[in-house]
Design a protein around this ligand. Structure first.
Ligand code: ATP
Ligand code: MG
Length: 355
């Protein structure tokens, strides 16, 4: 059981900064999701915590103690690597037992621990199989068992679910969360998928180019991303450029392609008339309506994509940008059809445009 703190953690490869003054405090038993595009420094961060990559500067504290000089095998960290290669010549049992053998535990103790962990990841009946005799999802669970077997105080999972099909992925999300809470392990999980991040983690971190852009509770980061970049990463589809104006009735709003768009009241107060803004809104927050009103624009359907639980439309002609409302029912493509779209002001995120 442990707390983890990164203070100004930095990694440079030559002139290139892969991780840039990262600061983070993780509470005992907390699960943090690290979200960010390819190459933003996620794996490098985990490797520094595990002790496989030496930081260029900064400090890592576990339970308040600087572990900079502690070798990897003494860090009490379980790690699931992005390329989780299992030992091909070892059975499931032997793969999982490997870490305990290194610790020179008695055979009877090893057997007991491996059996427990295999039951936790639901692989008990497959213990004599070799990796080549397992499905991709089963192999990932062996790798997870291998990361957990030494009962680490800190668990680092680098995209543990990336190769799974949609159904197994959801099952494993539930499993990982259950195991993590049951064993009360302080955990950092790396993912590319914002839905996975918000459903698994106690807090989510969005990174870009080695820096943390936002840390927050899943709902906070999902509903109130701190920048257009984070909004894009959290699945916002529609971004509009505009200028703050004062309407004839004295309300601050944002004019986008000639339309007056009202924004949430807390944002209205901070609008600077004449300044440039970016508005972001999710597909599912927009709605097709039959009568005109505030924040309602008309456009034409350019395309529609059936998503199973909804249909995502591409609408042009209302703004200079395309907007992407989604509707719950199945809609025939209806390309060229004229529609009215309402953008509820309370669901719009407002960002001042940096020059
Ligand atoms: N040993 C190394 N030498 C030089 N550059 C490196 C080294 N390891 C990583 N990098 C660079 O550092 C940056 C961060 O790499 P990292 O593996 O941490 O990214 P990531 O966020 O895990 O990406 P992905 O989502 O693709 O796994 C990348 O630009 C990468 O090319
Ligand atoms: Mg990586």
């Amino acid at each position: 059981m442990a707390t983890l703190e990164l203070r100004d953690l930095t990694k440079k490869f030559g002139d290139f900064t892969a991780v840039d003054h990262m600061n983070l405090q993780v509470a005992q038993g907390e699960m943090i999701a690290l979200l960010g595009g390819s190459g933003c420094g996620k794996t490098t961060t985990l490797r520094m915590i595990a002790g496989f990559t030496e930081p260029s500067s900064g400090t890592i504290y576990v339970d308040g103690k600087d572990i900079g000089k502690t070798p990897p095998y003494k860090r009490n960290v379980g790690i699931f690597f992005q390329n989780y290669a299992l030992f091909p010549h070892m059975t499931v049992f032997e793969n999982v037992a490997f870490g305990l053998k290194l610790q020179k535990l008695k055979a009877s103790k090893i057997r007991e621990r491996v059996e427990n962990i295999l039951s936790l990841v639901k692989l008990t009946s497959l213990d004599k199989r070799y990796p080549r005799e397992l499905s991709g999802g089963q192999q990932q669970r062996v790798a997870l068992a291998r990361a957990l077997i030494t009962q680490p105080a800190i668990l680092l999972l680098d995209e543990p679910l990336s190769n799974l099909d949609a159904k197994l992925r959801v099952e494993m999300q539930v499993e990982i969360k259950r195991i993590q809470k049951e064993l009360d392990i302080t955990t950092i999980i790396v993912t590319h998928d914002h839905e996975e991040a918000v459903s698994l983690a106690d807090r989510v971190i969005v990174m870009n180019m080695g820096e943390i852009l936002q840390i927050g509770a899943p709902q906070e980061i999902f509903d109130y991303p701190s920048s257009p970049f984070v909004a894009d990463f959290m699945g916002f589809s529609t971004f509009l450029h505009g200028t703050a104006v004062l309407t004839p009735d004295g309300i601050s709003a944002v004019e986008c392609s000639g339309h007056t768009i009202y924004v949430p009241s807390q944002s209205t107060d901070t609008l600077q008339i004449g300044a440039s803004y970016i508005l972001a809104i999710r597909s599912e927050s927009m709605e097709l309506v039959s009568s005109d009103g505030n924040n309602t624009v008309s456009g034409r359907v350019k395309n529609s994509t059936y998503k199973g639980h909804s249909t995502r439309l591409e609408i042009e002609g209302c703004f200079s940008e395309t907007i992407y409302p989604s509707v719950n029912e199945y809609t025939e493509p209806g390309n060229g059809k004229k529609v009215l779209v309402h953008l509820p002001s309370e669901r719009i995120c407002v960002y001042k445009r940096e020059r």
